[in-house]
Design a protein around this ligand. Structure first.
Ligand code: HPA
Length: 249
């Protein structure tokens, strides 16, 4: 069966307990293997595909993810819409810990990643339009789903994709703030651009799991992040479920 919608899960969303597991599909692509088998999930009458970006055991760091294989695998089984989940640091007072944001812009600071399907090997040079990196219709579906749930979210934001795996310095975050960024994470690119190259609709649900470096007096600890992840991802799942329902009617 062709799948229309896929969720790419990030940190804190490697599995989806409580949701009925369906078929598992092992896909290989010309770019290599995706982060994990594609898992078909079902709840109520909804069916969607799930791919944990960091692998089923959260073992692949952001700069080692085979983004091309992930997007190519989803495309090969007929996915046309992707809801991506990203745990991020927040910049500025609107983006405190626990906030869910639906970004509408991004800046790419990553380097050295395989970031395009159009690498000229077929003798053609291609340039995609990427003025608005996220699908506006998918963003609006997410925003409307949040309204239906009376779930407070921030319906916009500029996402900075950094290389990782280390977190940023306070000076780097000051620079990212000057550049107009609100959210900082390590996996949003090249994922969004690869989806656009394959003409798949793509939107991101960002969960702020820590104030970015230097935004508060405190240092960033994994314990603090984990605490926000636990409660925040439960909300993200609710939002995804409501959005999937809207996408599949
Ligand atoms: N910076 C980059 N990536 C992140 C952060 C951060 O502060 N928090 C979660 N992912």
């Amino acid at each position: 069966m062709a799948h229309k919608v896929a969720v790419i899960g990030g940190t804190g969303l490697c599995d989806w307990p409580g949701v009925q597991p369906g078929k598992v599909r092992r896909i290989n692509t010309v770019y290599g293997a995706p982060s994990a088998d594609l898992q078909s999930l079902q709840f109520d009458d909804l069916e969607f595909l799930f791919l944990p970006r960091h692998g089923g055991k959260h073992s692949i760091p952001p700069h080692k993810i085979n983004y091309r294989a992930n997007l190519s695998a989803l495309h090969s089984v007929g996915v046309t819409q992707i809801l991506a989940v990203n745990a991020v640091g927040g910049i500025g007072s609107r983006f405190g810990s626990g906030v869910i944001a639906i970004p509408d812009q991004l800046n790419d600071y990553t380097w050295g990643r395989e970031h395009t399907f159009f690498d000229g090997e077929d003798g053609a040079v291609e340039h995609i339009d990427f003025s608005y990196p996220y699908s506006e219709s998918l963003r609006q579906q997410l925003i409307s789903a949040a309204q239906t749930l009376a779930m407070p979210i921030v319906p916009e934001g500029c996402y900075a994709a950094t290389q990782g795996p280390r977190l940023e310095t306070a000076a780097e975050i000051r620079r990212l703030a000057r550049d107009g960024n609100d959210l900082v994470g390590m996996t949003g690119m090249p994922e969004a651009a690869l989806a656009r190259e394959l003409e798949m609709d793509y939107a991101s649900v960002c969960l702020v799991v820590n104030p970015a470096a230097g935004e508060t007096e405190a240092l960033i600890t994994m314990d603090d992040i984990r605490r926000v992840l636990d409660t925040g991802m439960a909300q993200v799942k609710q939002l995804l479920a409501a959005s999937l329902r809207r996408l599949q009617v």
